[in-house]
Structure formats: C-alpha cells, structure tokens
Design a protein around this ligand. Structure first.
Ligand SMILES: *Cc1c(COP(=O)(O)O)cnc(C)c1O
Length: 397
C-alpha cells in the first residue's frame, strides 16, 4: 500500500523542489529584482523571432518533425561546428536534435550508464546533472572547483584521483555554470589524455560556447586527440540566441554514440519544437558579427554588475563566461549566519536590499565548500542592472 512506502522513488528521494522556485516566489512577494534564475529579459534577434512566426504561418513544423530533427537544422548544426571549431559531423548520422540541452543530458545519461557506474562532474554543478545521473541509477562523483585568488580552478590531481575502475564518463561543463570559469586549453588537453588513458566517455555541456569574455575562446573537448569518437557534445539555442523558452538543443557525436543517445531520446519526448527548429537553423547561420556583438554586450553587463557588487562590499570572483557572477559574502561582514552562509544571506537579501540571488551551496555535494558564495545573473537590461546596483549599495557601510 502507498502508506508503507514513499511515493517518490529512492533514486529521486533527495531531489525536492529547486531553489529557483523558492527564490522566484520570494522575488514576487517582495518586489525584489530577480537576479536568481538565468534567463535574459530581452528576446533574441528580431530575424530569428520572425523566422519562427514564418515557419508557423507557412505550416513548417506544426506537425511531428522527423525523430532526429529536421534536416535543415541538422545541417546548420554541423555547419556551425565546422565553422567555429573545425569539427566535421555528418548531419544524417552524427547530429541529433533534442528538447533543449536538458533532454540531451538526460538522454545521454539514460543511454550510456549502467546502474553502479560512476560519473565525474565538476562541482558546483548544473542542477539537472545529479538528478539525471540518479535516474540512470549511476553514482555522481563531484570534483570541486577551488577558489584560487579571484578564480575557481580545477585541480587536475583531484580529477585524476576521482577516476576509479567504475568511472564510465566525465560530464564536463565549460564555460561553467555557476562559477563562470572557462577551462584553459592545457587543462582540456590533460582531461582528454585522461579520458583516452582510462578509456572514459565524455559528455560535454557547451551551452555557453559563445558566451566567453576577455578574448577567451571556447574549445570543444571533442577537438582534442582521441576525443572525437568518445565525446557526446551538447549545446543549445537558448543561451546563444536569448530564447531559453524555445528548448531547442542538439547532440554531436559519432554514429554509435548518436544512435545510443537517440534510443533514449525517442522515448522521452520523441520530437519537439517543430517551427522553432526552422528558426534555429537560420539563427545558427547568422554572421559572426552577431555572435561577437552579443558577447560584447554581455561582457559589458558583467562589468556593470561586477563593479556594483564590489562597491557594495562583496568579494567578486572573476567570470570568463556564462550569464553568472559568483560573489563571496564574507567581506560584507554581516553579523550572524548571514555573514558566511549564502542560504541565510539569500533569504534575507530581498528584504534587506530588494535583490534576489541564489546560494551556490545548492549546487554542491560538499555544501561547506560553497557556503560563502552566492550567484547573480547579469543577463538583464542595463537599467535593471543599474537599479540592482543602486539597491545593493544598502549593503555597504
Ligand atoms: C541553461 C543550461 C542548460 C539547459 O539548456 P536548455 O537548452 O534550456 O535545456 C544546460 N546546461 C547548463 C550548464 C545550463 O546553464
């Protein structure tokens, strides 16, 4: 009977509602500026929005599109990857369209893992990783990014030590949410060597591939020696084109890996987002100038918020990519738990300063390592960031 056992199964028991729901609710109740969840408050480029409207009006994609995705989008994904990274994928056998990167990650975990397998992921991690690994019956093994000066840094020795005979794959996210770290080329090369040496698969979450700053460049792990055939590369239109509600993502991988991921994907959503697939195919072919202008705009927003946080007295960690800045609350010198515990701090911040942030510790297994950090999203209009900046001054004394 249901009374004898919990309704939610053991694999998912540890996953309650996400912190985003609680913090967004708090934002609504208090009228605070929500810099918690990472979505832009302006929509993507007008021609791309128009392309979606046109597809619907012309009856393209209103019925089930093909299982692997429409050919136009698969060709556009392959062309984009070749243009930016020099990596050649066959649009028919090596590209799979998914319901956002989220479904691609879920399908990859469900397809590639056996119960008891271990998956290494950088901590703090994107919140769906732990749940997807758990749904596959596998075990997550976090490797913590450590603060060194004003950066979060991967310790390669810690990564090497985390590999065991049960390790099946490394789930790698760079540019990294939430820390904004971009792994340097020499570390990617080491990770590639480790994967080859220990015969590991790699699943790379590259949704922020175009959101890199200060002249840093994104490199796909798949471009390194021995990695093309063992990497499931995942990306998505949401972040690159400011259309997070469209949920159009994709996988690029060898035919064998693509087939495996598609086997799981076809029973999750089967297909999705028909007209949006046509629009994203056009978006991916935008001239380079779109991508560079978008990145420059976002970098200016990062600078605006970083300066505001520093003025307010936070310790500001350096962000090289993504939508997010991580701040250390300890330099604010607030009394009580708010002084060093991000969760207590974030619950009080809407009342104290009319701004919502997310406590980084919810993205950690080793919560203590993330306790003093909070995450702010800067993908907002300049006037919203300016208002947040003036409100945050209330924290300075
Ligand atoms: C936003 C995000 C995703 C999800 O992408 P969708 O295309 O919206 O599903 C995946 N990974 C990371 C790191 C993200 O920040």
């Amino acid at each position: 009977m249901t009374a004898d056992r919990p309704l939610l199964n053991r694999r998912l028991a540890e996953f309650g509602t996400t912190i985003f729901a609680e913090m967004s609710q708090l934002a609504v109740e208090t009228g605070a500026i929500n810099l918690g969840q990472g979505f832009p408050d302006t929509d993507g480029p007008a021609p791309v929005l128009e392309a979606a409207r046109r597809a619907i009006a012309e009856g393209r994609g209103n019925q089930y599109p093909p299982g692997p995705g429409i050919p136009e989008l698969r060709r556009a994904v392959a062309a984009h990857r070749e243009h930016w990274y020099g990596l050649v994928y066959d649009p028919d056998r090596e590209v799979l369209v998914t319901a956002g990167a989220t479904e691609a990650i879920a399908a990859a975990m469900l397809a590639l893992l056996e119960p008891g397998d271990e998956v290494i992921a950088l901590e703090p991690y994107y919140d769906s990783y732990a749940a997807c690994i758990a749904m596959a019956g596998a075990r997550r093994v976090p490797v913590t990014l450590r603060p060194v000066g004003d950066r979060f840094v991967l310790d390669l020795d810690e990564l090497r030590d985390a590999v065991t005979p049960r390790t099946r794959l490394i789930l790698l996210n760079t540019p990294h949410n939430p820390t904004g770290a971009v792994l340097p080329p020499e570390q990617l090369a080491e990770i590639a060597r480790l994967c080859v040496e220990r015969d590991l698969l790699a699943v790379t979450d590259e949704v922020y591939e175009h959101l890199v700053f200060d002249g840093a460049v994104h490199q796909s792990l798949a471009s390194l020696p021995g990695m093309r055939e063992r990497t499931v590369a995942i990306s998505s239109a949401g972040k690159t084109f400011s259309v997070t509600g469209w949920k159009v993502g994709w996988v690029c991988a060898s035919p064998a890996l693509t087939t495996a991921v598609r086997t799981a994907k076809q029973f999750l959503t089967y297909v999705s987002a028909g007209p949006f697939q046509y629009a994203v195919a056009e978006a991916l072919a935008l001239p380079d100038a779109y991508f560079t202008a978008f990145t420059a705009d976002l970098q200016a927003k990062r600078d605006l918020l970083a300066a505001a946080l520093a003025d307010a007295g936070f310790g500001v960690m350096r962000t090289q990519g993504t939508y997010f800045l991580t701040a250390d609350i300890r330099p604010l010198g607030l009394p009580g738990p708010e002084g060093a515990d991000g969760e207590a701090f974030c619950r009080a911040l809407p009342h104290r300063a009319g701004v919502v942030a997310i406590p980084s510790q919810v993205f950690y297994d080793h919560r203590a390592a993330g306790a003093p950090y909070v995450r702010f999203a800067f993908c907002k209009r300049p006037e919203v960031l300016a208002e947040a900046a003036s409100r945050l001054k209330a924290l300075a004394h």
